[in-house]
Design a protein around this ligand. Sequence first.
Ligand code: A2P
Ligand code: 11C
Length: 347
Amino acid sequence: MGYRVAVAGATGAVGRELLRILAERNFPVDEVVALASPRSVGREISFGDKAVLKVQNLETFDFKGWDLALFSPGGEVSAIYAPKAAAAGCVVIDNTSHFRMEPGIPLVVPEVNASALKKARRGIIANPNCSTAQMLVALKPLHDLFKIKRIVVSTYQAVSGAGKDGMDELFGQTKGTFVNDPPTVAQFTKQIAFNVIPHIDRFMEDGATKEEWKMAVETRKILDPDIQVLATCVRVPVFIGHSEAISIECERPIDLKKAREALRKAPGVILRDVREDGGYVTPIECVGEDATYVSRLRIDPTVENGLALWCVSDNLRKGAALNAVQIAESLVEQGLLKNGALFPVKE
Ligand code: A2P
Ligand code: 11C
């Protein structure tokens, strides 16, 4: 038996990937609907090679009778329509940052905390930020072994994190450079082609950006409330694939051999770490792949029980669409998608 599944934000960078991954992984669907803004109504988009869907209007769509909705239309839009879908009895997996830190809404990376799904009380489950998701897939086996106390991470984030308009801006500026067109700067605060920008999302009062804050608070909600995180999040001129240089400080002494063994066995991780030219993974190699790749594993001699590593993943897949579909699969496995299991008990 299959499910009736809606994809909201279906014309966007993550939405298209959601449809591709649902089809690729043969998620049990009876019916799929693609939803976007009124601008896109009637546009045709493919559901893998299984079907062509005509886009419908999210704003007027009736979620009654639909089992599952995968949302990626931006935070402000999710804020309005995800609760409407949930109120109609449709379980929502939301890719935006809007609900992540709210009580009663689990924030889930299935390889790390799938058991939190059953704690959903409002019919909504949140998908973490892409840079948090891949970091925690890589760090979970190391946390189990050595108990991480502190994480210092610098990210190198692809423009697709800013959606299809961000990808168009990098493309346009790069092309423009060769024909002497002045760069148009709209999606990012400075030119992104041939540049790096140490600023993602808005500034917070303490001087951190919201992207950096998200990496800290989401790590504590998903992995361990006692871990301290210092993140510096940087946009780089890469279309797809976020990279991260991560240093961890642990409670227990590091055993590099055990760390390697654990990473080799860990779900969702591929360890590619050869200490020679090219013996590591770069973002261009992870595009279209499901794994989170770990390379450059080495002892950090500057702190007690320190370890450093390099981590790369496709931000549209593990960072967003794949993680959301894995959450849906986990809901099915745990028998949580039917019979109102994730909604408040009605008196
Ligand atoms: P549309 O293409 O009709 O604008 P991205 O993250 O790549 O920028 O994509 C954003 C997605 O969210 C697109 O599918 C976009 O649809 C959708 N979207 C944006 N605003 C709205 C809205 N007000 N209602 C429904 N969908 C929206
Ligand atoms: C970026 N990480 O690369 C962001 C995109 O909180 O879901 C995802 C933002 C979020 O721009």
